[in-house]
Design a protein around this ligand. Structure first.
Ligand SMILES: Cc1cc2nc3c(=O)[nH]c(=O)nc-3n(C[C@H](O)[C@H](O)[C@H](O)COP(=O)(O)OP(=O)(O)OC[C@H]3O[C@@H](n4cnc5c(N)ncnc54)[C@H](O)[C@@H]3O)c2cc1C
Length: 445
């Protein structure tokens, strides 16, 4: 039996702990914050903003933490069929609604974490304790130094495998640097800002579809989502890429919603009542980190990569990382070779989400990014053709949805059948949301 030490007790950390715990190892999680039920906490400031979990993520979590989906839905989360129950306005118009078997789960992020915490068993969680640095040398990590935030006492924790799940603010670059090893970062920064509020919709809107109005490159850098969450409320997040800042006063928030590429979000806000305040948040720059070969150390979740949150991939990738960890440990135990295998699998699990987000981000004129090379431009051109074809052809729309939800590799969009359809389809823009007659009447009642 070995010891797995997980640094950070957010979604990635809890799932990594679940992945290690299934093998009879001693598993501890060290978390800086104190948990407080399903309330937002300091260490996860993004947790106040809309967080959807894609079907692929739900399935991956279910394989690590059986009973997760039922528990989450039982606690008030919503299962939203994709694309039939979410109206999405892309740069190519409104996406048609049809049954495709994809879905997302929507709830407030602190609820998701608290349900996970209740279900992850066989793990010691040490709260209010901060990881300070790694132990070991440039060839092998052997543990970490942690400090209690209660009494300030520092101690060394030895481990066979240390998992960095400290999120986008991870100090792994500095920690590994202290051991003589360096990481390589690629940074793409679209300058994302969020403002989020909870709304109580009028009773008649309880079954209304979710709504997502995407930004449109190169300069319409504003978007918004309305998602159902617990207690019959909507979480409404308005977002802006650099140059667009969603306001936090009610009138400004509504005005910003009216100015989106389509006014449906604002129309819905007109049929609902604001509950509580409006919170702002500036997302960190997108960053993909490549780690050196060091035994005894792996990183997962946002500690490896964080991307434009508008695409809703982060938690799903964290779940796929944890599955990679479980599979690696199943095969190799906590021995010297496991870190290498897991690092490679995590990198594969991250690649498509990074490519999807960055492929769009670089098309906004104010994104800070390394220069676009010819292959990026060709990929951008093809992505546009896919988007345009998806607006009118269900097969292409389904293939795009499967890739976007990370259920199928991005490369599936290059299948000859899909390419043929993409190149042949004549684009036509749906400018009106695909509402049923009944839903349309609700908006005018
Ligand atoms: C505005 C916004 C909206 C988003 N929306 C979505 C969405 O709709 N869908 C989706 O899937 N993803 C979304 N994401 C991404 C998602 O939040 C992350 O991908 C996900 O939380 C990854 O979790 P993590 O555990 O890696 O990091 P985090 O959730 O950030 O957790 C890191 C944890 O480590 C702890 N920690 C940090 N440093 C230390 C330390 N030194 N010692 C001990 N503990 C430490 C922190 O307190 C925290 O608990 C969004 C992100 C943002 C910014």
């Amino acid at each position: 039996m070995g010891h797995g030490l997980v640094l950070g007790g957010g979604v990635a950390g809890l799932l990594a702990a679940a992945a290690l715990a299934g093998h009879g190892h001693v598993v501890s999680v060290v978390e800086r914050d104190r948990f407080d039920g399903a309330r937002p906490r300091r260490g996860v400031p993004q947790g106040r903003h809309a967080h959807l979990l894609l079907a692929r993520g739900v399935r991956a979590i279910e394989s690590l933490v059986p009973g997760f989906e039922a528990a989450l839905l039982g606690a008030g989360a919503h299962r939203v069929g994709m694309p039939q129950d979410i109206l999405t306005f892309t740069p190519f118009g409104w996406t048609p609604r049809f049954e495709h078997g994809q879905f997302l789960v929507s709830c407030r992020r602190p609820l998701l974490e608290s349900v996970l915490r209740d279900l992850v068993a066989g793990v010691e969680v040490v709260e209010e304790t901060e990881a300070l640095r790694l132990l070991g040398d440039g060839g092998r990590v052997t543990g970490a130094v942690v400090r209690s935030r209660v009494d300030g006492v520092e101690r060394e924790v030895l481990a066979d495998l240390v998992v960095d799940a400290t999120g986008a603010s991870s100090k792994a670059d500095r920690w590994l640097g202290e051991l003589g090893r360096s990481v390589r970062d690629v940074v793409v920064d679209p300058g994302i800002r969020y403002a989020t509020a909870l709304y109580r919709p009028a009773e008649r809107f309880r079954a209304f579809p979710a709504v997502c109005v995407q930004p449109g490159p190169p300069d319409e850098g504003h978007g918004g989502v309305v998602l159902p969450v617990e207690e019959g409320r909507w979480i409404v997040s308005l977002a802006g890429l650099r140059g667009h800042v969603p306001p936090t006063d009610e009138a400004g928030f509504l005005g910003y919603a009216k100015g989106l590429r389509h006014p449906l979000v604002a129309e819905l806000l007109g049929c609902a009542e604001l509950v509580g305040g409006i919170r702002a948040y500036g997302a960190p720059p997108g960053r993909l980190r490549t780690f050196p070969e060091v035994a005894g150390f792996v990183a997962v979740g946002d500690a490896v990569a964080n991307y434009n949150p508008l695409y809703g991939h982060g938690m799903t990738v964290a779940a796929l990382d944890a599955v990679a960890l479980r599979d690696g440990v199943e095969e190799h135990g906590l021995g010297a070779g496991v870190a290498r295998v897991v690092r490679k699998a995590v990198s594969r699990a991250t690649a498509d989400a990074w490519a999807l987000a960055v492929g769009q981000d670089v098309r906004y004129e104010r994104t800070f990014a390394p220069g676009r090379r010819l292959p990026d431009r060709v990929a951008g051109w093809y992505a546009d053709r896919v988007g345009a074809a998806a607006a009118v052809d269900r097969e292409v729309a389904g293939a795009l949805l499967d890739s976007y939800t990370l259920s199928e590799p991005l490369s599936r969009l290059m299948r000859p059948g899909v390419v043929r359809k993409v190149l042949r389809t004549k684009a036509s823009r749906n400018t009106e949301p695909p509402l049923t007659q009944e839903e349309r009447e609700l908006l005018t009642t």
